[in-house]
Design a protein around this ligand. Structure first.
Ligand SMILES: Cc1cc2nc3c(=O)[nH]c(=O)nc-3n(C[C@H](O)[C@H](O)[C@H](O)COP(=O)(O)OP(=O)(O)OC[C@H]3O[C@@H](n4cnc5c(N)ncnc54)[C@H](O)[C@@H]3O)c2cc1C
Length: 427
């Protein structure tokens, strides 16, 4: 998560409310009776939900313009999740309100409305909600592999068209009776079709991917340090950014995984420090010098503002140290206090590199916290030690730690807008 950015909230509201506005200029509002009110609100929810559902498909393109609006890829993924949840809630409220509307006439009518029928547009509406509901339950309650999570997202994307069919063709549909809504709905469906076509067929030609070769690989405790070289690779990136890599090795799944860059642009190689904790990262032990690697990126906004603040506090937990390695290498005149917390000596990654940087840059102060031997740092004591309420804070580590530390800093009087954090998960 980056500093508070209100653009995503504004965009989300505009996307939800724009078709509602179109509806309001062409259809009279009916609030005379309870039944009419329920009916009107139910339809408004459907239109706003449909718009957000389509928008969520557009966000999945990861286009640069979306990254700029949402403040980096991790934030874009977070908002993809939020927008999807809002769309789902609105689409769930829609039949609930319509059922209540019929129930105000009689319970039998309410039941009649809910009962599955052979009416195709109605079946499409029921199937849309049913499939999305099951997909949401699976992604919340069942721990599934990332690949399956991606497949589930594709299924949810396809279900959008069933929902659109329902919206256009259900008896009494407001969309089909309003020219502006027909135009809006058609544009939304065509854009969604284009996005899905682009994602499944053309994405390789749109996203620049760079070919690298593994120059060296080194195992240290439970991490692998990878160094990649290329004659024609990524020219520019900001320390703190990350890239997706796919390694061409028969012992590795053909998947792209995101990792923070520990190198800086002036170095000849792209470097990564990767903790081995799952199927893919454990299989990285099989990587050999000479393997071909496809790299997509750079992404992220984590280190974007480091030149802006003269005094900075960096907080790293475990493998969350990786973006700070690049940021420390690139550090100029700013004063930085890096608090690095690790579970044991063997899990203190990049210690030699950090100590070497601290030796050459006196403005870089290293505070090591071995949580096996020392109590965990507290944000209030760091805030007191830094004695600078304008110091900007960067946090990267396990999600629960980041949440607690952010809360504690805010409680200790640090402005939430001065806190930037990066989660090692895209959801
Ligand atoms: C912005 C960012 C920067 C990161 N930087 C580093 C780093 O410098 N060093 C490091 O060790 N780890 C880093 N990670 C985490 C790393 O990407 C995951 O640990 C790795 O992908 C796990 O894969 P796995 O199959 O070994 O583990 P699994 O147990 O299969 O997955 C663990 C978790 O990793 C995530 N994940 C799995 N596969 C993918 C995928 N293909 N794409 C996206 N997420 C996936 C999912 O949230 C999953 O729950 C970073 C993640 C992000 C989002």
């Amino acid at each position: 998560m980056q500093k508070r950015n209100i653009r995503p909230t504004i965009v989300t509201f505009i996307v939800a409310l724009f078709p509602v506005g179109l509806w309001l200029v062409t259809q009279p509002l009916a609030f005379a009776t309870t039944g009419e009110t329920l009916n009107t609100l139910g339809k408004l929810c459907a239109i706003a939900g449909f718009s957000l559902f389509g928008w969520n498909i557009f966000l999945s393109t990861r286009l640069k313009v979306f990254e700029q609006i949402y403040g980096g890829l991790p934030n874009l993924y977070r908002w993809h999740h939020i927008t999807g949840s809002w769309a789902f809630m609105l689409l769930l409220i829609h039949p609930t309100l319509i059922t209540l509307r019929y129930s105000t006439i009689s319970l039998a009518q309410g039941y009649q409305f809910l009962k599955p029928s052979l009416n195709l547009p109605q079946l499409a509406g029921e199937a849309t909600l049913g499939i999305v509901y099951i997909a949401v339950l699976i992604s919340i309650y069942i721990s599934i592999k990332h690949e399956w999570f991606v497949k589930l997202q594709i299924i949810i994307g396809l279900v959008f068209f069933l929902g659109a069919y329902h919206g256009f063709f259900i008896a009494g549909s407001d969309i089909s009776q309003s020219t502006p809504l027909i135009i809006f709905g058609t544009i939304w469906v065509l854009l969604a079709l284009t996005v899905i076509g682009y994602r499944s067929i053309f994405h390789k030609s749109f996203r620049k991917r760079w070919q690298y070769t593994v120059q060296s690989t080194k195992k240290e405790a439970d991490i692998i340090k990878l160094s990649l070289s290329s004659d024609n690779g990524i020219k520019q990136y900001v320390p703190g950014q990350f890239a997706f890599i796919k390694i061409n090795n028969s012992n590795l799944p053909k998947q792209y995984h995101p990792f923070s860059l520990t190198s800086i642009p002036s170095e000849k190689t792209l470097q990564f420090g990767i903790k081995q904790l799952g199927d893919y990262t454990n299989a990285l032990s099989n990587v050999r010098a000479g393997d071909i690697v496809s790299v997509e990126g750079p992404y992220g906004e984590f280190g974007r503002d480091i030149d802006k603040y003269t005094h900075q506090v960096w907080i790293a937990g475990g493998i969350g140290i990786t973006p700070f390695i690049a940021m420390a290498k690139a550090l100029n005149n700013q004063t930085v206090d890096l608090y690095y917390s690790f579970r044991s000596e063997s899990q203190a990654y990049f210690i030699d590199e950090l100590k070497a940087i601290a030796k050459t840059k006196t403005n870089f102060r290293l505070h090591l916290i071995n949580s096996e031997k020392q109590p965990q740092f507290s944000a209030s004591s760091i805030a007191a030690q830094t004695k600078d309420s304008h110091a900007a804070i960067w946090i990267c580590g396990p999600p629960p730690m980041m949440k607690t530390v952010r809360k504690d800093f805010v409680r200790a009087g640090i402005n939430n807008n001065l806190i930037t954090s990066e989660e090692f998960a895209l959801s």
